[in-house]
Write a protein that binds this ligand. Sequence first.
Ligand code: GLA
Length: 384
Amino acid sequence: MHMPIKKYFQEEFGEAPSFIAHAPGRLEFIGNHLDYNGGPVLGAAIDRYVTVAISARKDDKIVLVSEAQSIKVETSLGEIAPMCGDTSWGNYPLGMLKVMRDAGMNVPHGFNLAVANDLPIGAGLSSSAAIELATGYALATLYKFAIDKKSIAILGRAAENTFVGMPCGILDQGCSSFGQAGALVLIDCTSNTFSTKPMPDGTHFWVFNTQKKHALIDSFYATRNKECMESTEILRRKNPNLANLAAATEAMLEYSKTELGPDRYKRALHVVRETARVKDTIAALDSGDIKRVGKNLTASHESSRDLFENSCAELDFLVADVTKMPGVYGARLSGGGFGGAIMALTDGSFSESAAAKLVADYAAKFGNSPTIFHTKTGDGAGLL
Ligand code: GLA
């Protein structure tokens, strides 16, 4: 556990911070790669946070420190540009500064900012969206810039898209912003509308992180995004009014199958069927049919594995193994894929010893152990 952020800030900068903000990590519940295709997605904020503390500087310097990073980032208001190497962690706060300035925030002087994590980095829980949103609240307060839950989520995504260079959708930032303890976050990514739905009674989230990160993960993600955009364009030749890929039908895909070619056809079929699965999951949640919810989660994983092809042997093993265990409703890869974490929805009988058995099975096959998080849903980002 990190030392309290106030003490850390004081040690680093020799003064007390003026404001402290935090933002949670997220789980993707269902709706894999639907966000940038305009589909509906369900996620949740978890009760693990990135916390940032900020104070104004008299000069135009920006100094960023993080408990999780050994390298300090120093720059100035006149030279904000993406960084690489050891200082690239600074791109999340700097990206927020850039997009908020572009949106009209007046920044007359620099600032000191310290970051503390009780959200693990690289665990598939989206610490990047959390640092963006926590920084967004801290900057907005320091520079008296009006924001709300929706605008900060949109700004966070813009920072990721335009400054970090990751063509993600709104899922991570939307969940971190609109999360609520005891609730799932539902996002309609065509209209950017956010709402919550109660978590089914007596259910639990278990996350198993493979700690595997494919070296090409970002380029694989970008490739999938590109394949989806191309599919949309191809479908529009025969369906000029198609709003986005999530609005397509299987009949449309059949009609353009030759033009799509085998890979784009599979990606598009995943998007169309996953969209139907999210809608069915919403209906199942509304009628309290947790078993059906669980079946949809596992079917979503299978579609990622076979059609979207963003799974890997480690994730497939964890899903296949955990879904055989008592007390498990369903499981799936959570997030971008190509490594990362799976999430299982369980009842209260699933225990640490069941989780340990899964870890042992995995270690026997792959030689290393996934990390386990028995997580609860948490409240969204804000000033503390
Ligand atoms: C990552 C991205 C999200 C979303 C998921 C896949 O988490 O950041 O925007 O696309 O992958 O559903």
